[in-house]
Design a protein around this ligand. Sequence first.
Ligand code: NAD
Length: 298
Amino acid sequence: MNIGFIGLGNMGAPMALNLLNAGHQLTVFDLSAAALATLVDAGATPAASPAAIAKGNPDMIVTMLPAAAHVKSVYLASEGLLNHVRPGVVLLDCSTIDPLTAREVAKAAASHGNPMLDAPVSGGTGGATAGTLTFMVGGTPSDFEHARPVLEAMGKNIVHCGAVGNGQVAKIANNMLLGISMAGVSEAMALGVALGMDASVLAGVINTSSGRCWSSEVYNPFPGVVATAPAARGYSGGFGSDLMLKDLGLATEAARQIGQPVLLGGLAQQLYQSFSTQGNGAMDFSAIINTYRRKASL
Ligand code: NAD
């Protein structure tokens, strides 16, 4: 398949490389010349703008951009995709943005005759490199089936979540819960250790009891409990606190727009906001436990 790919950052570059490795022809664009060069070295054809990608007559276009403003610009600007793409070409946006913007851009695409799917991912840069991402996809069943082979070249779990925008709904609901559960596990682990308990013994009890969750079992924030967790390597790598903060902001903003209460989500957002303001935005999000730990026990 001839695929146009826009947004070759930490996630987009390895995803695009996996499409090349699967035998697809890629035309690529990024504002960063260095990001573009990496893909061109691997065999992709460079393009000078989103319009140039669209005019190259691709079978499908994939975008992986930082936030809603970038998605709007790449799709809706006068030199953006929609003004130049042939009707019928399927558009696949893998960026994490709010569901309402995803639906707004998809509506504009539909009025140009282009089916659009939102397909945000989980799995981080490790999953993007290994081709094991989870894709949460919103769109019609037939568009979903059309995009499935392309998604399967980049991911392992491909989930159809319903109509367009629902991929973003699934993503932000899950990540809001993750932020809340990580704060909860941090609070419980810090309390138990401050009261004199060994962290690994406490985690063992939680993980065979009703407090068990992914944040306690797979990704425990207390150093030394899980050898493969970012806590074991100074909270480097993993999923950055600023990315968690972004997703919590998307969840609380989407909730505000429809008048839905997200009390713990709002609290988690403030926790991560404070953590980020103190200069910790690049640390893995499980480092939030440091806001609970006593200096002597660090
Ligand atoms: P990134 O900042 O590393 O990459 C974004 C790329 O988009 C950059 O190369 C940038 O130059 C390019 N770009 C920005 N505006 C552009 C434009 N107008 N035209 C062309 N290129 C443009 O971001 P990332 O970490 O790759 O994340 C991408 C998306 O994936 C985000 O929405 C993020 O929330 C989501 N996500 C990231 C992770 C992660 O672990 N990094 C995990 C899951 C989801």
